[in-house]
Design a binder for this molecule. Structure first.
Ligand SMILES: *Cc1c(COP(=O)(O)O)cnc(C)c1O
Length: 387
């Protein structure tokens, strides 16, 4: 079976995790801070807070930016449900901005138009979450400009996009956002099994994020108050937080994987290049790249532009590939189409570009250990069907 994405675990990775397993601390020792520093310095951000998933990172990022009941959060419909659920965790309202038909990211034009309308209705979003779909960076300078005009905060959902950059700015630098979130789930670019991270350049936000991942507890002497002289208070809970901590085993795996990040992305580019070349004469729309961006190529999304018989071509190709042991996937079922979101009042055609993309998209296998032989199998199967 060839999946659409998978992790690579080397002997070195295992040795690094083993070292931690045999050390004094296996959860909150020195490895998590080391991993945090390494990622922050890779991205050029001042602070980073490691957590147990990107979902947790999104949740506490929303809280750290003050999202609550009565507030509105906007994101892309073409994403994993976690990008939207974080708003609902905070009791806020969720809404979506349709995607661009070329990049499949949140459309800046659609965002501008929706902001004009929202301002008139007095319902501007408090937070906008652009998602770097497939690793393709969003037009962050343009979104940032709008955030200044309409006074909203930005969380970049960069779950797909560690190692991506635009105009030589690394995704994660937070130059055009308040917070950037990464996922280290095994299908993503590098993995800690489960894991995530929130990066920021703001000291207060960083402090708040670290407290929220650890029950709302502080050990900062300046923050510990009502000290009774005869009592020992070396920590206090000063707000309501969670246990969203990453542990040292995960961080050791992540640190070891980070050494291969750039190599991974160049391999992903080689894979994408071969697909692009081989599909030149097929009715396949290959992923377009926004000028001046460098994608991590977390996904290789294609759209099949042909009809075979009466069946929808996407279903046809999807089943055909699975029958041949190629586990292609669909990214994404638009968030608002899930039954839970339909119950909130969203309708199928609320975001027509996201819907159009969903009806055509297929994610082909792309990961560092795919290998030329497996990739050729994928290519030949598609050629047989679509030539
Ligand atoms: C994977 C993913 C998430 C959630 O990541 P976890 O680490 O599994 O919580 C959030 N947003 C997007 C776009 C993702 O692809």
């Amino acid at each position: 079976m060839i999946p659409y994405g998978r992790q690579e675990i080397t002997d070195q990775d295992i040795a690094e995790v083993k070292k931690v397993l045999r050390s004094d601390y296996i959860t909150q020792g020195q490895t998590v801070p080391k991993f945090e520093q390494a990622i922050a310095s890779y991205c050029g951000a001042s602070y980073s807070v490691a957590v147990n998933s990107a979902t947790s990172a999104l949740h506490i990022s929303c809280l750290a930016l003050g999202l609550g009941p009565g507030d509105v959060l906007w994101t892309s419909p073409n994403t994993f449900v976690a990008s939207a659920n974080c708003a609902l965790y905070c009791g806020a309202e969720i809404d979506f901005v349709d995607i661009d038909s070329k990049t499949y990211n949140m459309s800046v034009d659609a965002l501008s138009e929706k902001l004009i309308l929202a301002e008139k209705q007095g319902k501007l979003p408090k937070i906008v979450i652009p998602v770097h779909f497939a690793g393709q960076p969003c037009d962050m300078p343009a979104i940032y400009k709008l955030s200044k005009k309409y006074d909203f905060k930005i969380i970049e959902d960069a779950s797909h996009a560690i190692g991506s950059s635009y105009s030589d700015i690394k995704v994660g630098s937070c130059i055009h956002s308040n917070i950037t979130v990464f996922s280290f789930h095994p299908v993503k670019i590098i993995t800690t099994a489960e894991g995530g991270m929130a990066l920021t350049n703001n000291t207060e936000i960083a402090d708040k994020l670290s407290r929220l991942r650890n029950h709302g507890i502080t050990r900062d002497k300046k923050k510990i108050y009502k000290l009774n002289k005869n009592e020992i208070w070396n920590y206090q809970q000063i707000e309501l937080g969670y246990n969203y901590r990453m542990n040292d085993l995960q961080a050791a795996l992540g640190l070891s994987q980070l050494n291969r990040l750039d190599k991974y992305i160049s391999t992903r580019h080689q894979i994408a290049k071969l697909y692009n070349y081989e599909f030149k004469d097929l009715p396949i729309k290959v992923p377009w790249q926004l000028p001046k961006t460098y994608s991590s190529f977390h996904l290789y999304p294609i759209c099949v532009e042909k009809n075979i018989g009466s069946k929808q071509i996407q279903t046809h190709i999807y089943n055909y590939m699975h029958k041949n042991n190629i586990n292609v996937n669909i990214h994404y079922i638009p968030v608002h189409r899930h039954p839970y979101y339909e119950d909130l009042g969203f309708k199928k055609n609320d975001y027509p570009e996201a819907e159009k993309f969903f009806q055509k998209e297929i994610s082909l296998p792309i990961y560092p250990t795919l290998g030329i032989k497996n990739q050729k199998t994928v290519i030949e199967l598609l050629k047989k069907k679509l030539s």
